[in-house]
Design a protein around this ligand. Structure first.
Ligand code: SF4
Length: 158
């Protein structure tokens, strides 16, 4: 598969980190039937259109900071996703060098700077893994399958 898809559709990184099978299906625009998820993607794709290449919550152009707000814990996946947004924004405008992720409910803040060697290495590994992905990953029962938009695709419609 073409890992460069992440430059045009960076939110696919979230699918990749969540479930590689979901990433594979989303790559081909198979998104499933979960109404909440569809509404969420409608909001991001149709309502939240911006002039710049990624849909982040806010940008402080003066200070060069990308702002993202999360509901709960600031998990590693969410941090890496924001780092990819930061990297793309830096490619778009060199003044953007930092990102601030704020957890609304946990009152926590994580700051990221660009470039960061650790996150760069992680992204490099992911790009390679996507490049080597030749077929749909097998389904594996996981506790979060029931909440996945592709549950019917994976487990019902055989
Ligand atoms: S239902 Fe489970 S296996 Fe299928 S895409 Fe979703 S998380 Fe992955």
């Amino acid at each position: 598969m073409d890992p460069n898809v992440l430059w045009q559709r960076p939110s696919l990184l979230n699918s990749f980190l969540f479930c590689k099978r979901q990433f594979y299906l989303n790559y081909y625009y198979i998104r499933g039937t979960n109404k909440l998820l569809k509404m969420g993607s409608y909001y991001h794709e149709e309502i939240n259109k911006q002039d710049y290449p990624v849909n982040v919550d806010n940008i402080d152009w003066k200070r060069g900071v990308v702002h993202e707000h999360k509901k709960g814990d600031l998990r590693k996946n969410a941090v890496l996703q924001t780092y990819l947004y930061l990297k793309i924004m830096n490619m778009y405008n060199k003044r953007i060098k930092r990102a601030k992720i704020t957890s609304i409910e946990k009152h926590k803040v994580v700051w990221l700077k660009y470039p960061d060697e650790e996150y760069e290495n992680e992204l490099e590994k992911i790009f390679k893994e996507i490049e080597d992905m030749k077929e749909i990953p097998p389904r594996k029962p996981r506790k979060y399958c029931k909440n996945c938009s592709l549950y019917d695709y994976c487990w019902v419609s055989e």
